[in-house]
Design a binder for this molecule. Sequence first.
Ligand code: TMP
Ligand code: MG
Length: 209
Amino acid sequence: SENGTSGRGALIVFEGMDRSGKSTQARRLLNHINATTKHGAILQPFPDRNEPIGQLIDRYLKREIDFSEKALHLAFSANRWQKEPLILETIDKGVDVICDRYAFSGVAYSMAKGLDRSWVRQSDVGLPRPDIVLYFEVSPEVAKSRGGFGEERLEKEELQRNVAKEMQGLRGENWIIINANNDEDTVERDVRIAYENIIKTKELGKLTE
Ligand code: TMP
Ligand code: MG
């Protein structure tokens, strides 16, 4: 494989608010990697609404069923654990994995709703640690202007503001801040630059408390 020094794929995470453009850009990066490399990439959205637990989450988000806040948190986390074997196998084959949201959404949304920091972090400890987190920073005005906002549960302005605040506290040294107020082509260029500069450790790490 021509994928870096270690031969393994990279784990790339897109995070950010609803309407920050991360799903569009995650797809664009997927297409770019598949068009320009031999190793290729797969796209893994979280929540993954196709998987059994993800189907329940989907129904919750569409206001069809209810969850207690802690049960919901664990469902989002279980939804990621369900995909852990696939992520590890894919990375092992030298293929990149692009996640549209990950454990940082899990922690930030649940903390914004008032759950305890150490409790919410626990259920994701041991999941594969991303090589890079692309954090899409968007102003509330721009996000609001993009339409569709407010259709699903959790797409509420005040909650979104609190989530953004909690996300600040999760930033690590592998985070890259993307100015998501820019036009799509500018954002795409910034994402590609970040992709070209990923520094991979020999082995994929794990999330810690
Ligand atoms: P989506 O719009 O990216 O499909 O995500 C659906 C909602 O789920 C979104 O408001 C963010 C929220 N979410 C959590 O609350 N916890 C999580 O762990 C994840 C992955 C998403
Ligand atoms: Mg959404």
